[in-house]
Design a protein. Structure first.
Length: 69
């Protein structure tokens, strides 16, 4: 099995198009980082804001309430 230095050396010798393909492959292989909020929750929060069923805070008010003004 090749070590990282060998892989880097081989990657450096690739054409631009091959490097693009390798990069796309590697990005696709990375796990999706957990952001802590699901897409569904984001949509629900947007609907709450659009329906005015929640009270919105300005950035300044938020910072003030968390003691970071």
């Amino acid at each position: 099995m090749a070590n990282l230095v060998d892989v880097q050396r081989q990657a450096a010798a690739l054409t631009f198009e091959e490097k693009e393909g390798l990069l796309a492959f590697l990005i696709h292989e990375l796990p999706v980082p957990f952001a802590g909020v699901s897409d569904r929750e984001i949509l629900e929060r947007e609907q709450e804001m659009d329906s005015a069923s929640v009270e919105l805070l300005s950035h300044e008010d938020f910072l003030s309430q968390v003691g970071r003004d």
